[in-house]
Design a protein around this ligand. Structure first.
Ligand code: AMP
Length: 309
């Protein structure tokens, strides 16, 4: 019979994989062992795929230690959203973390993060949290920023890696860090795609084969927009829209070309970096995708924005 583990002792895997912390005490103990260099954090909701892996590998290359958080944050899901059916794949998540050389996985339950139930005090995303995804998902960004703030404090990370895939989330995290003086460096990582262009997402597992075909119109529309980037905003919007209208089974919520830091539609004379973003429902699944673009002379798709604050 194995000896019971003293409470608060993080679990170390036999194969030299990541230490797993489930409680605050376990995290504190394991975090204290990450000495002699900086610590990067990659925050996830689990169901890890190559997009997450790329964040981890980028962090691994730049920082001495990498912490991955796996936490399905109830605060950022609306009452009619997919919290209960969200994929949970802890064992394969751990395998990915092990092969990627993650030092520490923090995988708490909601009662560990929200010790007194739903927090009365939350981070407010402000006006940028009410447009695009925020309009479709009221309260989502306040819930997201609240948990990101808590996980930054709990992990004590020096840097945090986020995907361009969730462009509005990334912008709001940068704003929170700037506006509330968090001592952390935020790093953007380009969107990782399937070979056919579909942006990787944990929610892609909901798609049937025929949904998946339909879903391709989102990334195709973005590419069509990018191909018109030299011609200016209305040409970009027209090119992207012409792809979407040919796919009636994609229920498009929005297709926008907006300024990367204000999220306001860019006017026709605008030249410079802009975000071409799309959201829609395919079958039962809401999908989002985007491309950062350079609009005007030399117009093209970019991997991430160069000058967003
Ligand atoms: P999630 O588990 O969906 O909350 O995502 C955790 C992190 O992974 C976020 O910073 C996402 O932006 C990022 N991410 C998700 N999908 C991708 C992708 N296809 N490419 C790059 N980053 C991604």
């Amino acid at each position: 019979m194995s000896t019971p583990r003293p409470t608060g002792t993080p679990v170390t895997s036999d194969a030299g994989g990541p230490v797993v912390a489930r409680t605050r005490t376990e995290l504190r103990t394991a975090r204290a062992d990450l000495t002699g260099g900086d610590v990067a954090v990659v925050m996830t909701m689990g169901a890890l795929h190559e997009g997450h892996l790329t964040l981890i590998e980028t962090a691994r290359r730049k920082a001495a230690h990498v912490v991955v958080t796996i936490f399905l944050n109830p605060l950022q899901f609306g009452p009619r959203e997919d919290l209960s059916r969200y994929p949970r794949t802890f064992d394969s998540d751990m395998e990915i973390c092990r092969t990627a050389g993650v030092d520490l996985v923090f995988a708490p339950t909601p009662d560990v993060i929200y010790q007194d139930g739903d927090p009365g005090v939350r981070v407010s995303a402000g006006p940028l949290g009410n447009v695009l995804e925020g309009q479709a998902r009221p309260g989502h960004f306040d819930g997201m920023l609240t948990v990101v703030a808590k996980l930054l404090h709990l992990t004590g990370a020096d840097s945090a890696y986020f995907g361009q895939k969730d462009a509005q989330q990334l912008l709001l995290i940068r704003r929170m860090v700037r506006d509330l003086d968090f001592p952390v460096d935020v790093v953007s990582v380009p969107t990782v795609r399937e070979a056919d262009g579909l942006a990787m997402s944990s929610r892609n597992t909901y798609l049937t084969d025929s949904d998946r075909e339909v879903a391709l119109c989102l990334s195709k529309a973005l590419r069509a927009g990018a191909a018109a980037a030299a011609e200016g905003p209305s040409a970009i919007r027209r090119a992207a829209r012409s792809v979407l209208v040919r796919e009636p089974l994609a229920l498009v919520d929005y297709l926008v070309l907006v300024h990367p830091s204000t999220l306001e539609d860019v006017p026709e004379w605008y030249r410079g970096e802009a975000l071409l973003a799309v959201a829609g429902r395919v079958g039962t699944t809401r999908l989002i995708d985007n491309l950062p673009l350079l609009v005007g002379p030399g117009g093209r798709a970019l991997e991430v924005f160069t000058d967003v604050a």
